[in-house]
Design a protein around this ligand. Sequence first.
Ligand SMILES: [Zn+2]
Length: 99
Amino acid sequence: MARYIDKDKLIRNADFKKFYEKKLGKIPKVSRNGLSEVDCKCKFHNDKKPGSFAVDLKTGDYHCFSCGAHGSVVNFIMHEKNITYYESLEELEREVYYG
Ligand SMILES: [Zn+2]
């Protein structure tokens, strides 16, 4: 049986700035609307120019204004690595506590 992973606790302890910096290779910068725009290309569609991808550093949610990809940080890992929800929780756990 799979071990229980407390997602809410992980989200509370996660450093989303560090997380996305690592994933995207860019430091997210906070914009006027409170979203943190990342000057980089979306990983989830064939993006031609940077600027369409945004992350919310408070919640860890991401959104692409170009292809509409969006979700939580757990969805991001699922999407990126093509793994299950539970596997991405494990991955996030590693990032948060041992990353
Ligand atoms: Zn996109």
